[in-house]
Design a protein around this ligand. Structure first.
Ligand code: ZN
Length: 134
């Protein structure tokens, strides 16, 4: 059974978006983390069971910079928490879904992540994530 782990929003600047979301959600940002491989800085807020992740590009040609150029700031992806990401990838591939990366990679917040292609999920970029057990 899935639950929504987080909803991610593309923002131009964490330095303005973080205080705004701290006010909006009435909770402090609990983690800021850079994901080098993705050229993004991430900021996390807990909102009930679900997290809000803000994504800021650290390069002019990174995926988030290009997303904002095309669509402006706003909703970037939703992330579904799964127990076994490899089993879910197999299940969804068998069901005809297409992945942007079939091999899970390390994302922010101690997670293995992979993305489904938005063309097979009604235009909504969807991430699967699994806690990395240590
Ligand atoms: Zn995410």
């Amino acid at each position: 059974m899935h639950k929504i782990d987080h909803i991610a929003l593309a923002v131009k600047s964490l330095s303005t978006a973080v205080p705004l979301f701290e006010k909006l959600l009435n909770t402090p940002c609990y983690k800021i983390e850079t994901v080098e491989g993705e050229n993004v800085n991430t900021a996390f807020f807990q909102n009930g069971e679900t997290k809000i992740e803000l994504l800021e590009s650290i390069s002019d040609d990174g995926v988030i910079a290009r997303f904002i150029d095309k669509k402006g700031e706003g909703m970037h992806h939703i992330a579904l928490l799964v127990e076994d990401i490899y089993a879910e990838i197999n299940r969804l591939k068998t069901a005809g879904f297409i992945f942007l990366n079939e091999e899970p990679k390390k994302g922010a917040d101690n997670k293995l992540i992979c993305f489904l292609h938005p063309k097979c999920t009604n235009g909504v970029l969807t991430e699967l994530c699994q806690e990395i057990k240590t």
